[in-house]
Design a protein around this ligand. Structure first.
Ligand code: NAI
Ligand code: MG
Length: 351
């Protein structure tokens, strides 16, 4: 029996609806694979902010530093500006725990209507690797001459050699481990003519260390078009924080719904806990109706099991998701009528 201690942060909106379904399915996997979960729940959220004036306590990171992993729902809700909720909770965890690799699988699943014409299961199966600690999401910058007609705002992109090389190394290793051994880099070195040529240079240098990996690169604009027109071209796609963020909504969007897409915020060196969450946000427009699709959260749980060294348990969760989707059960975002709990229960049963 292996014990796994997990910090649970349901967060806001549908995070509070889908996290319990994730836990339900992970409990089913634990029962089958000789694991025992201990779930410690933390109420950090926009609601917490409105009461406490902070998204999490001052010593928040210390309270979860020794857990095996973090299982997060979604953060952000009307009433608190999105940059306040993001920079008050998610970004401090991602950066404080050096979770520099944000890994987001994109896969066309059985039974999910694909918005791209003529695509079959198997045609779309790739992984977006997003740099998660620096890049365009930097706190360097500011405003000048506010309220005058000279008003200006500047925010600087930060690419460090360490930061760029470690995400590229992660992406190359991942590509090397997959049958296609193919890595695509997202760039924009024509317009963003200082930082992006630097990124490209580091891709070339890292690529020299992985001669078996086939490398190509596209400017982000045409890459978006290729995601839609030629999704079968891709295997591992690596991008900066901003480009990776965009591609990891576009990719799942091309597979029918962003709601099934999972995301792992990894500290590959395992000095700190890694964090697992769906790609989607708190969806205030559907919160409280019980119709949120819990699959992104559940699949994120499968990635957590993989990371914690329980790949059989992780695979049993993914297989259960595929089985239930193939059976035709669907939440409204996929064109069906199932509720959040219908879906969670069906997947737990299938496990
Ligand atoms: P969103 O992902 O919350 O919603 C986008 C659209 O997809 C909405 O129409 C929503 O109903 C739908 N959707 C999302 N997840 C779904 C699910 N599981 N089942 C069915 N439909 C689903 O993105 P949006 O609207 O841009 O952001 C809403 C809030 O979430 C904001 O406060 C934003 O900052 C936050 N957010 C948080 C993230 C995180 O915690 N990692 C990621 C993205 C947004
Ligand atoms: Mg995003």
């Amino acid at each position: 029996m292996r014990d796994l201690r997990i910090a649970v942060i349901p967060g806001d909106g549908i995070g509070k609806e889908v996290v319990p379904e994730g836990i339900r399915v992970l409990e089913a996997a634990a029962a089958k694979h000789d694991l025992r979960f201990k779930w410690d729940e933390f109420p950090w959220s926009c609601e917490y902010f409105l009461e406490q004036g902070r998204m999490m306590p001052v010593d928040g990171l210390d309270r979860i530093r020794h857990h095996d992993a973090i299982f997060l729902g979604a953060v952000g809700f009307p009433g608190v500006p999105d940059h306040v909720s993001l920079w008050g909770l998610l970004i401090p965890i991602r950066r404080g725990f050096k979770q520099y690799a944000n890994v987001r699988p994109v896969k066309l699943m059985p039974g999910v209507p694909c918005p791209l014409a003529g695509r079959q299961v198997g045609d779309i199966d790739f992984i977006v690797v997003r740099e998660n600690n620096e890049g365009e999401y930097s706190s360097i910058g500011g405003r000048l001459y506010e309220g005058t007609d000279q008003e200006m705002a500047v925010q600087q992109t930060v690419f460090t050699r360490q930061g760029v090389d470690r995400i590229l190394k992660y992406a190359f290793e991942l590509a090397q481990s997959r049958p296609k051994k193919h890595l695509t880099s997202a760039t924009k070195s024509n317009g963003i003519a200082i930082t992006m040529p630097y990124w490209d240079e580091r891709v070339k240098a890292m690529g020299a260390r992985y001669p078996e990996v086939k490398v190509d690169q596209f400017h982000i604009d045409i890459l978006c078009a290729h995601f839609v027109r030629n999704p079968h071209w891709f295997d591992v796609v690596v991008g900066s924080n901003l480009f990776g963020d965009i591609l990891s909504d576009l990719g799942p969007g091309c597979t029918g719904t962003i709601a099934i897409a999972p995301s792992a915020n990894l500290n590959p060196e395992r000095e700190f806990p890694s964090m697992f969450e769906p790609v989607h946000g708190s969806a205030p427009d559907i919160y409280g109706k019980g119709i949120a699709n819990p699959i992104g959260q559940i699949w994120a749980g499968a990635m957590m099991l993989d990371h914690l060294g329980c790949p059989e348990a992780g695979a049993s969760v993914v297989a259960a998701i595929e089985k239930v989707l193939a059976s035709g059960l669907r939440t409204p975002d996929m064109g069906g009528k199932a509720s959040t709990t219908d879906m969670g229960r069906a997947i737990a049963d299938a496990v």
